[in-house]
Design a protein around this ligand. Structure first.
Ligand code: PEP
Ligand code: MN
Length: 263
């Protein structure tokens, strides 16, 4: 369905004025997790001010340890809705459990499916019945083919609004949290018609590497980026070490504008 042999027509996922897969680079940014009203509204203000389009923030967090902060749940979703109301930004947030589909669908403009759920086929089938864009992150051990077939689960069940997100894969390398697969960006653009964005935050795990890899991803053909940005990364409850400070985010956006014009 999404791999076209003869002629490829780039699919565009539209959200109001925002076209993911269109000519303009789409910027999604915000904290890893929604932590509080103050934190989220401050982050949202910066995302808007520096030219972002979509606010990210997890209300349901897939943490490796069950003892780590798990997210605010519905309260977090309500805060995202409030931030959308205040800024006009759209909202992307993760759905982990099919029990929460209606709830997350009610608040989100884009539903994120995280790396750990990429092959949760029951969940993917249910997403096929929604009329809502789905951001499908690559499983950290998934091949590109497995990833595309996961996207096909959603598409084949009726929802063609799928955006792929390369977020790094697990390799023998331990210097960085994951290995961002730039090949995948170029390959997906060449072989499929799906929009694809890049997540250099989880892809590297290190704040100083986020901007360079964002630029590399855009050069490789990504339609947009999703990055973690926190007003006070040192105080973050989740992924602070890979979260940009607001001024670093602003600087990266400027550099990305130049890269996008050059490619
Ligand atoms: C996230 O975006 O916050 C996240 C948990 O990402 P991933 O599913 O790629 O690990
Ligand atoms: Mn994170």
């Amino acid at each position: 369905l999404s791999s076209v042999e003869v002629e490829k027509h780039q699919k565009i996922v539209e959200l109001g004025d925002i076209k993911i897969g269109g000519d303009e680079l789409v910027i999604m940014a915000g904290p890893c997790a929604v932590e509080s009203r103050e934190q989220l509204l401050e982050a949202a203000k910066y995302v808007k001010e520096y030219g972002g389009h979509i606010l990210r923030g997890g209300a349901f967090k897939p943490r490796t340890s069950p003892y780590s902060f798990q997210g605010l749940g519905e309260e977090g979703l309500k805060l995202l809705a409030e931030a959308r109301e205040e800024t006009g930004l759209k909202v992307v947030t993760e759905l982990m459990d099919s029990d929460d589909i209606e709830l997350v669908n009610h608040y989100a403009d884009i539903i994120q499916i995280g790396s750990r759920n990429m092959q949760n086929y029951g969940l993917l089938k249910k997403l096929g019945r929604l009329e809502k864009p789905i951001l499908l992150k690559r499983g950290y051990s998934a091949t590109i083919k497995e990833w595309i077939l996961a996207a096909e689960y959603i598409i084949a069940h009726g929802n063609s609004q799928v955006i792929l997100c390369e977020r790094g894969i697990r390799t023998f390398e331990t210097a960085t949290r994951n290995t961002l697969d730039l090949n995948a960006i170029a390959w997906i653009k060449e072989m499929t018609d799906l929009p694809i964005i890049i997540d250099p935050s989880h892809g590297t795990g290190k704040r100083s590497l986020v901007a360079p890899l964002a630029k590399a991803g855009v050069t490789a053909g990504a339609d947009g980026i999703i990055v973690e940005m926190h007003p006070y990364p040192e105080e973050a409850l989740c992924d602070g070490e890979q979260s940009l400070r607001p001024e670093e985010f602003a600087q990266m956006i400027k550099e990305l504008d130049r890269v996008a014009q050059a490619v």
